[in-house]
Design a protein around this ligand. Structure first.
Ligand SMILES: C[S@@+](CC[C@H](N)C(=O)[O-])C[C@H]1O[C@@H](n2cnc3c(N)ncnc32)[C@H](O)[C@@H]1O
Length: 276
């Protein structure tokens, strides 16, 4: 792909999804967009690129953005955040929300559902200790296709093998031929919706806990900062934000601060998780 054509995709992806495409990733464009060109009956990828310079069909733009997103995820990804969620965050919330007995959790880049379903399974396991509690998990993503997959809750042997304790697999999944179907009970705990992190978050309401893991890495510094600032307005003053292992708030925003001794966990600096 020539540099001018590369530039067109670079700008389009940045504007529509925040994704920063470095020149060393041009091979990704070729391999991921050739099937889209074929689907849209363009003779070549170049022909599709030329069409994009006019007034492109917005459905084509959506297909291009979806094709370029990286949806890598797994159940209990990195283990530690989910131990922290169970042992630290939920321990705090059990006390702090003992009057209300309800929690709102947002998975902001949910991909094919493994992250929100992991949270749902952990909360289901906690139910006997928290009778009468209501847990709402809102799971969003920019990719409609990946959201459809997440809603189905059907996974391959390989996907369930990665990180999932066998006891939970046996308890919350049913094997149907080669695939594993997550139980309706767990599915009912998660509500999926399309949401682009570049958009205004004010209509989403307040959350006690936000998971925004392994998506900021694809954005440039100003976009990362802007997303974090918007999230700070959607989180309760004593809420918790989880970021991915390669992500941080340092140098991006003063509206979140790392919770001491809990790697990858952040809170509002004026909140109760920090000594005055
Ligand atoms: C690598 S996955 C991370 C999934 C999960 N959070 C995890 O850590 O395992 C990144 C997800 O972010 C989504 N994404 C990319 N840009 C986005 C945007 N601007 N708004 C919302 N989601 C976005 C992608 O579609 C993809 O599903």
């Amino acid at each position: 792909m020539n540099l001018i054509h590369f530039d067109i995709y670079q700008q389009l992806l940045k504007e529509k999804s925040g994704l920063v495409l470095s020149t060393d990733k041009s091979y990704l464009l070729e391999s991921r967009l050739s099937p889209i060109a074929k689907k849209w009956n363009f003779e070549t990828l170049d022909a599709m690129t030329i069409a994009l310079q006019g007034v492109p069909d917005q459905k084509l733009v959506v297909d291009i953005v979806e094709a370029m997103t990286t949806n890598e995820t797994s159940f209990f990804r990195d283990t530690r955040p989910f131990d922290m969620f169970k042992d630290h965050v939920m321990k705090y919330m059990k006390e702090a929300r003992s009057d209300k007995k309800s929690l709102r959790i947002w998975c902001a880049a949910a991909s094919s559902g493994q992250e929100p379903y992991t949270l749902a399974m952990i909360l289901k396991e906690l139910e006997p200790q928290m009778p009468g509690w209501r847990f709402d998990i809102v799971a969003t993503d920019i990719s409609h296709d990946i959201l459809d997959q997440a809603r189905q809750g059907i996974y391959s042997q390989f996907e369930v093998q990665r990180g999932m304790p066998i006891t939970l697999l046996m308890k919350y999944f049913t094997q149907v031929e080669e695939k594993w179907h997550i139980s309706q009970d767990i599915k009912n705990m998660v509500k999926y919706d399309y949401f682009n992190l570049l958009d205004s978050m004010s209509a989403l309401g307040q959350f006690d806990i936000i998971f925004c893991r392994n998506v900021l890495i694809y954005f440039d510094q100003p976009t990362k900062g802007a997303v974090l600032d918007k999230m700070a307005r959607q989180i309760t003053p004593d809420g918790f934000l989880f970021l991915g292992g390669a992500e941080t708030v340092i140098g991006l925003t003063d509206n979140f601060k790392a919770v001491p001794d809990q790697r990858g966990l952040y809170g509002i600096p004026t909140g109760p998780h920090f000594a005055a």
